[in-house]
Design a protein. Structure first.
Length: 246
């Protein structure tokens, strides 16, 4: 059953305000969206390749991933998603899923009917533009991932991803002082970055020995931000965040 939950929609508002300005009326309209909140276990599919969903998924707690399955069960992770993200927003206009979306960890998600989002964007054209901006930023992140896969070394790929995830978490209030949760395992890094788990382990060890990062108990501390960004040639412009970055 769908009902409004202003507190739950606060995470979406925070995410959108990290990339654009929202008026009080627009915030209220988002808070009034009907949603259905559901708790999911880790590694549970939310929507599968080939599905024709009638709702979008907003991540409230936990992390999610987009992925493609190849022959013999090989998996390519296409993106990581944190609270505030709507990973399947393209389903509003692309009616058949061309990839799958799943939880990475235990997660709480809010399902929003497509018809409600379409009505919202019709009544508030500025919000339609902001959602469009969000999809364009999503595409910009894809371009950076393609660049990493094609041209960056293993060390550069991992360092670049850590910088990106930190800034995205910081933008929604889930990271500060170069510390954040890092809920991605070495196997998941392998599936995302096109590297073997052995290679991932070797690079993480090197980053620790160079005192660029500390990674312990699923918590990441970036010990030397400037050096890590130089190591990975990281430029945060593609995230198009409104707030000053670290």
């Amino acid at each position: 059953m769908f009902s409004s939950d202003p507190n739950a929609m606060g995470m979406l508002i925070r995410k959108l305000e990290s990339i654009a300005f929202l008026s009080e009326e627009e915030r209220q309209a988002i808070q009034n969206l009907p949603i259905r909140v559901q708790a999911l276990r880790a590694r549970q599919d939310i929507v599968r390749d080939g599905d024709r969903p009638s709702q979008c998924c907003l991540v409230l707690e936990g992390w999610a991933v987009r992925y493609k399955l190849l022959s013999e069960g090989r998996r390519q992770i296409l993106s990581f998603h944190i609270p505030g993200d709507i990973p399947d927003l393209q389903g509003l206009h692309l009616h058949t899923m061309d990839h799958s979306l799943a939880t990475l960890t235990k997660a709480t998600v809010a399902f929003i009917p497509h018809e409600s989002l379409l009505d919202l964007t019709t009544r508030y054209p500025t919000l339609a533009g902001i959602f469009w901006r969000e999809t364009l930023i999503d595409a910009a992140i894809f371009r950076e991932w393609v660049t990493s896969m094609g041209r960056r070394s293993a060390c550069e790929r991992i360092a670049h991803l850590f910088c990106e995830l930190y800034l995205r978490l910081e933008a929604v209030g889930l990271a500060s002082e170069h510390r954040c949760e890092m809920l991605v395992t070495q196997i998941e890094l392998s599936d995302a970055l096109g590297l073997t788990s052995v290679h991932i382990n070797r690079v993480l060890k090197d980053l620790r020995q160079r005192e660029l990062i500390t990674l312990k108990s699923r918590n990441l501390t970036i010990e030397a931000w400037n050096e890590l960004t130089r190591t990975s040639d990281f430029d945060p412009t593609y995230l198009h965040q409104r707030r000053p970055v670290a």
